[in-house]
Design a protein around this ligand. Sequence first.
Ligand code: C5P
Length: 232
Amino acid sequence: MGKDVIIACDFSSAKETFDFLDKFTGRKPFVKIGMELFYAEGPEIVRQIKARGHKIFLDLKLHDIPNTVMKAMAVLSRLDVDMTNLHASGTIRMMEGALKGLTRPDGTRPLLIAVTQLTSTDQESMENDLLIKEPIDEVVMHYAANAEKAGLDGVVCSPLEAGKVHDRCGKNFLTVTPGVRFADGDVGDQKRVMTPAEAKKIGSDYIVVGRPITAAADPVAAYERCCDEFIG
Ligand code: C5P
């Protein structure tokens, strides 16, 4: 399982996305398609980006009853994405259903990654809104362990948590980490950040990088810099 840099294509239209991807004439980056672009353009955007030779992380964060998630995952699997995700809070049964749905008749399937607690959830909102009273770090690790138990491939987490997730769930359990910034770059609205080089040192398997690449004056150079720092 190779380390890779995934570009978060947080655009609202196919045009903007292709104007951006057209700049990459050499190496084809692994791209993340989120809810905004998927809901704007539908499954066709996935087929088009795939046809251009990119790997795709479809970031739709499914969460529903196990049967519904199983059937939805079967549809995503036919779209031939390389990685997709769901909420671990949907329970182990839901995650098992997702894996079943995602597995193609020939036994292959995209990587399946769990979101533990969203980074927008803090201790206070977890206790008051969700009535979960445990420390948030423990909740994150417990959800990661559930994902591993269900047979998933890894979790989305902060690069600061990647080491702990590997300690708890094993070295082969993947950590996909957003919140990456260049040492000399803008932090923006991300609170806990790491450079690509630091994320590599701490053992992240994939870094998800959006604005440091998409908003750069030279996105291709920024992407290459990320790859140099993270993959080497
Ligand atoms: O632009 P930036 O590098 O902050 O983009 C990070 C990407 O990772 C965005 O698509 C964001 O939604 C996603 N993400 C995140 N933090 C999480 C989960 C996902 O920043 N905890």
